[in-house]
Design a protein around this ligand. Structure first.
Ligand SMILES: [Zn+2]
Length: 210
């Protein structure tokens, strides 16, 4: 009970509440900028603004998880932003072209936009991390990756829904539902982060006892 109370207290620290609020403001601002005529009418600017929005939202989402109070947490947040941004590279892979015009005019959604792919890639990263325990400073990379890609998919889902290949897609998410999901994401990630850290400490303790 004490542990749970402490976890809730840590989750609701003022620093994290502020980062959560910043995350909400960044989401709304990023989408408002996309509707400005000089952005909306320019394909290059639209693509750059959209991708920068994904990167910034990824960064803010992990900032709300980590508290952005150590060098490690800053690096983790940057990694989350990079993961959220780099996802869109699949547009170029599917188009087999480096031209933006080809990348944004695909007949179907490219592979990395399949939400069903996230647990597969996250499991592979988790396995690598498990067998290379202690070698990476930025762990848990699998959770940072999952948070980043989910934040990207949720934002895209406002226009096209979530795509669960091979089953199909959900309807487009209403904006209010997107906001609830995106603001809940750091809370859920933080709980899993704490759980993972506890399990890792116990694993290290039992390993030292052998
Ligand atoms: Zn996308």
């Amino acid at each position: 009970m004490m542990d749970f109370t402490l976890t809730v207290y840590n989750m609701l620290s003022w620093r994290k509440v502020i980062y959560g609020t910043v995350l909400g403001c960044v989401c709304i601002t990023a989408d408002s900028v996309m509707t400005m005529p000089f952005v909306a009418n320019n394909a290059t600017l639209r693509a750059i603004t959209d991708n920068a929005g994904h990167a910034l939202i990824g960064f803010c989402t992990w900032s709300a998880v980590s508290g952005l109070d150590t060098t490690n947490s800053v690096l983790q947040s940057i990694l989350c932003g990079v993961f959220a941004s780099i996802l869109d590279i699949d547009h170029f892979i599917s188009a087999k072209s480096l031209k933006l015009k080809d990348a944004v005019s695909l007949p179907s959604r490219p592979l990395f936009h399949a939400t069903s792919l996230i647990p597969v890639i996250a499991s592979v990263i988790a396995l690598i991390e498990y067998f290379c325990a202690g070698k990476y400073r930025l762990k848990p990379v699998w959770l940072i990756f999952t948070t980043a890609w989910l934040s990207h998919h949720l934002r895209d889902a406002v226009r096209r829904g979530l795509w669960f290949w091979p089953i199909g897609s959900t309807p487009a998410l209403p904006y209010w539902l997107y906001m609830i999901c995106i603001l809940s994401l750091p809370v859920v990630s933080h709980l899993i982060f704490k759980l993972t850290a506890t399990m890792e400490t116990e694993r290290a303790a039992s390993y030292n006892q052998i």
